[in-house]
Design a protein around this ligand. Structure first.
Ligand code: IPE
Ligand code: IPE
Ligand code: MG
Length: 217
């Protein structure tokens, strides 16, 4: 492959529809989506991706019915417990980005623990975007001063490849600043059906793009 993106951002969409198609509860779609994320993390490590950002819960997702919100909070807490050692063994540094406010303490504690455990790893940074909103991040940064210096993870380079599954062609308030020159990749595949092969396809497609950043080649 000619060009490997340094930073891939994932809008993991379509869990609910995946479940609905099978006559299952939406929560089953989220569970299936987690398996897809694990596959994609392993595939990203194989490809040598240095930064992977995953949209786990947006600042707008609080608008969902309370049982689904409650499920997602508990689900993410349990996942951090289950996956942190496996990620740590593979050299992955876990980083939470997003607003802490409104996120329950037990979940924040699991994030903090995972971050501490994996802080020394440098093979890949996995940015778990939780209670994350691009506008909230920019508002928070603007309060402090220079925007790029005050993003939630200011050391992380811009997004090279932004992938959104489930056929929706929108950004939904994800990494607004960081995606200014991202290559966009949209696929009809629902997130739980996305995996290593699908990621490789997206990266191959990216390799055929010509990036100009406003200049000439
Ligand atoms: C993405 O899948 C997961 C989260 C937003 C947490 P959705 O839950 O949005 O699935 P659809 O879009 O309703 O199918
Ligand atoms: C984006 O998906 C947020 C996450 C994947 C966490 P949504 O399903 O919330 O986005 P919209 O509502 O379709 O724009
Ligand atoms: Mg959705």
């Amino acid at each position: 492959m000619s060009q490997i993106p340094r930073h891939i951002a994932l809008i993991m969409d379509g869990n609910g529809r995946w479940a609905q198609e099978r006559g299952l509860e939406r929560t089953k779609g989220h569970e299936a989506g987690e398996r897809a994320l694990w596959d994609v993390v392993l595939a990203s490590l194989n490809l040598g991706i240095r930064y992977l950002s995953a949209f786990a819960f947006s600042t707008e997702n609080w608008a969902r019915p309370e049982p689904e919100v409650e499920f997602l909070l508990g689900f993410n807490r349990d996942l951090l417990r289950q996956r942190r050692d496996g990620l740590n063994e593979r050299g992955v540094r876990i980083r939470r980005i997003g607003r802490r406010e409104n996120v329950p303490d037990d979940l924040l504690q699991e994030f903090d623990r995972a971050e501490e455990l994996t802080a020394g790893n440098d093979r890949m940074d996995l940015l778990v975007c939780f209670n994350y909103g691009g506008r909230a991040e920019l508002e928070d940064a603007a309060k402090t001063g220079s925007i790029p210096d005050n993003l939630y993870a200011p050391d992380v380079p811009d997004v090279d490849l932004l992938i959104r599954t489930s056929g929706e062609k929108r950004i939904s308030n994800f990494l607004l600043w960081q995606s200014a020159y991202a290559e966009l990749y949209f696929t009809e595949t629902l997130w739980p059906d996305f995996g290593a092969e699908a990621l490789e396809e997206a990266v191959e497609d990216y390799g055929r793009r010509q990036r100009r950043f406003g200049g000439l080649t």
